[in-house]
Design a protein around this ligand. Structure first.
Ligand SMILES: Nc1ncnc2c1ncn2[C@@H]1O[C@H](COP(=O)(O)OP(=O)(O)OP(=O)(O)O)[C@@H](O)[C@H]1O
Length: 495
């Protein structure tokens, strides 16, 4: 640890205290998380979830673990340093964030989640404190509770901060999945618009009550599994009408409200995946620039297509003066204008409808939410909250891919190169090859886990399927021939 000089403490979580420090050799500013628990062997350390999961993930929107140090049985994680977390930004904010700001952050976070979920991990403790921001870049941190999707249920240990905890976890389901992260995102997005938590329960039963009063009591149509879970706990849901989310989140657009309502679906199976969320109309103005295209773009003399320009500017380098290695993809919304820094000024403190302990607006009190006060017990005497109206989910496919194909056409790096897609669940997708502008129709049997994919036709007999969130390696390939009469891709093979 003598290679680092500690500057000051920047955070104190359940498992560790986090310090801003400087690497004396490289001058790099880092964040050092000093774990509270003692570790008496290396084996214990490298088996930690935080280490195992972070080692497997490399994404521009996941905070980078630089090194792990064990000294005198104390464990230190050295991370890239981020300026602040989303909760701090909200706390110091006088007025709600603009929709463009919210969209830009969420777009990045969903990309990171898609990456993580596809690699078989879910976070389980998403909350504003774990979303770290430097300028307009946001990264997911704190993988202490991350879980491998393939690991065997039951997941019985305590999970996630109450206000962002999915109902299936509140109802003590022993098997749940990445949908818990999507629930948390719904609550976080709403909070970014209002600067108040959407479901600020003061204990687990109150948490469930808060949820019911916003999204309405579940029934057999909306969550039959939940009714069974509740029955097994002898818990009775409070009877509440669904709240009109437009009233609750007045500064949010129809698209934003639709996405929040989709994310906060009772039934985990009906929540969007991160890839689904990225295709929601809320993200229409956003696009993903894969690493390969970003590299080439730096050689352009000509102006790239509109909308993509900002994402390729070299200014991204200035945005990460502390040694972030941003060789990877960059995520942008083309209507992003506001520098998150502007929100550092002090302003209205958010009001939490919480018990006095949690009313303390600081980390310690928010972290106290983690303590499992008031486990769910049967509770029948809720006063009904009656609201009117419902919201309708309107997911649509974005045209991100078209912009990408435009870019690759103009780049002239390889004019037989590819291609794009508009691909939605079970829908017909068009694959456009740049060699002659041929449209290859992809039939309905697109693999279901491929719905957010992009196609990459090489012009020599194969179209490659990429996941839109990860262009590093193709996931599928499909043979095609120019002479194929209907120009249909008829089969798909794993690469
Ligand atoms: N890389 C970083 N750069 C700057 N600040 C950080 C970094 N990592 C963590 N922090 C700060 O420290 C706080 C606590 O970190 P972290 O969530 O990793 O600790 P924890 O003990 O796991 O907390 P929790 O109680 O949420 O589980 C964060 O909310 C954040 O403000």
């Amino acid at each position: 640890m003598e290679r680092y000089k500690v500057i000051k403490e920047v955070g104190d979580g359940t498992f560790g205290s986090v310090f801003r420090a400087i690497n004396k050799q490289s001058d790099e500013i880092v964040a050092i998380k000093k774990m509270k628990k003692k570790y008496f062997s290396w084996e214990e350390c490298i088996n930690l979830r935080e280490v195992k999961s972070l080692r497997r993930m490399s994404h521009p929107n996941i905070v980078k673990l630089r090194e792990v140090i064990r000294e005198n049985d104390t464990l230190f994680f050295v991370f890239e340093y981020m300026e602040c977390n989303l909760y701090q930004l909200m706390k110091n904010r006088g007025k709600p964030f603009t929709e463009a700001e919210v969209r830009n952050w969420c777009f990045q976070v969903f990309h990171a989640l898609a990456h993580m979920h596809q690699r078989g991990y879910f976070h389980r403790d998403l909350k504003p404190e774990n979303l770290l921001v430097t300028k307009n870049v946001i990264k997911i941190a704190d993988f202490g509770l991350a879980r491998e999707i393939s690991s065997e249920p039951p997941y019985t240990e305590y999970v996630s901060t109450r206000w962002y905890r999915a109902p299936e976890v509140l109802l003590q389901a022993t098997s749940y999945n990445s949908a818990v992260d999507m629930w948390a995102m719904g609550a976080i997005i709403a909070e970014l618009f209002t600067l108040r938590p959407l479901f600020p329960g003061s204990n687990e039963a109150d948490e469930m009550y808060k949820i019911c009063s916003v999204i309405g009591t579940p029934d057999h149509d909306t969550w039959s599994d939940g009714l069974c879970l509740a029955e097994s706990l002898n818990f009775q849901f409070p009877m509440c009408e669904r709240t009109n989310l437009f009233q609750l989140i007045p500064s949010a657009s129809e698209e934003a409200v639709s996405l929040i309502s989709w994310l906060c679906s009772w039934d985990p199976n009906r929540r969007p995946t991160a890839s689904d969320a990225l295709q929601h109309s809320f993200f229409q103005p956003c696009y993903y620039v894969p690493p390969s295209l970003r590299y080439r773009s730096t050689n352009f003399g000509a102006t790239p297509p509109s909308g993509i320009k900002g994402a390729m500017e070299q200014k991204s380098i200035d945005r990460h003066p502390i040694g972030n290695n941003f060789s990877g993809a960059k995520l942008e919304c083309n209507n992003w204008q506001t520098n998150a820094r502007a929100s550092y000024k002090t302003g209205v403190q958010r009001k939490l409808e919480m018990d006095s302990k949690v009313l303390d607006n600081n980390y310690v009190s928010r972290n106290n939410m983690k303590q499992s006060q008031g486990k769910l017990t049967p509770r029948n005497n809720y006063s009904n909250l009656v609201y009117n109206g419902t919201t309708k989910d309107t997911p649509r496919v974005s045209d991100v891919a078209d912009q990408l194909s435009e870019l690759s056409v103009r780049s002239k790096v390889n004019n037989s190169r590819v291609v794009s897609t508009d691909m939605a669940e079970g829908k017909l997708a068009s694959v456009k090859a740049t060699n002659g502008g041929v449209h290859y129709q992809v039939p309905n049997q697109v693999p279901s886990n491929f719905k957010a994919g992009g196609w990459h036709g090489q012009g020599h007999g194969y179209c490659y399927g990429y996941d839109r969130t990860d262009y590093a390696e193709p996931v599928y390939q499909a043979p095609y021939t120019r002479n194929f009469p209907s120009r249909k891709l008829v089969s798909y093979n794993h690469v």
